[in-house]
Every structure is written in C-alpha cells, then in structure tokens.
Design a protein. Structure first.
Length: 105
C-alpha cells in the first residue's frame, strides 16, 4: 500500500484553516480516483528527544492511502487530484510538506 502524507505547520488562523480543510479541501480529496482511505491526525503534543533538531510541532497530518504505486500515479495525474492540488496551494501552500511512502506492516 502506498501512502501520501501531508504534514501541516500551524496556520495563523486555525479556525479558518480548519473550516476550509473540512468543508472545501477534504471533499475535493475524497473525489480522487483510487483513494482507499484518508485519515486526518490533529497533534496535541510533541515529544522529542533532547538531541532532536525538530523545533516546531506540526499542527496536523493527513494520510491518503492507495493500493499500489500504479494506482497512486494514476490518481496523481487525475483531474480531481489537480483540482485538490490547486486548492491546497491556494490555502496552505507555505504550510504543507508532502511525503510518499509504502506501508510495510
């Protein structure tokens, strides 16, 4: 299984961010073909070892799951994903970091 994770920094206006994320962005993402599951994690506390270079707690993470790399690639090329990507850059571009990985367990 392939996972696309979006990790968000804390927005200046969390209420406006949350409203847009829930009512505009999430419905766009859920239309992406091949998306098996989407989970959103809101972080409440960051625990780091004393030697960690991480200085800012992430605000939120969204994990989007796809069956295979081919399914993921097709999803990323879809018009639905392009619409979700445009929306993401418009409301959260400077706040988001994206990572692609494979679930191993």
């Amino acid at each position: 299984m392939v996972v696309l994770s979006a990790i968000y920094k804390t927005p200046e206006d969390a209420a406006a961010f949350d409203e847009h994320y829930q009512n505009v962005h999430t419905p766009l993402v859920k239309q992406v073909p091949g998306l098996k599951n989407m989970e959103v994690i809101r972080f409440s506390k960051m625990i780091t070892p004393p030697t960690s270079a991480v200085s800012e707690q992430p605000y939120m993470q969204c994990n989007m799951y796809f069956d295979t790399m081919d399914t993921f690639k097709a999803a990323m090329a879809s018009d639905e994903n392009k619409a979700a990507g445009k929306d993401l850059m418009r409301f959260a571009g400077p706040l988001v970091t994206m990572c692609i990985g494979e679930v191993k367990s």
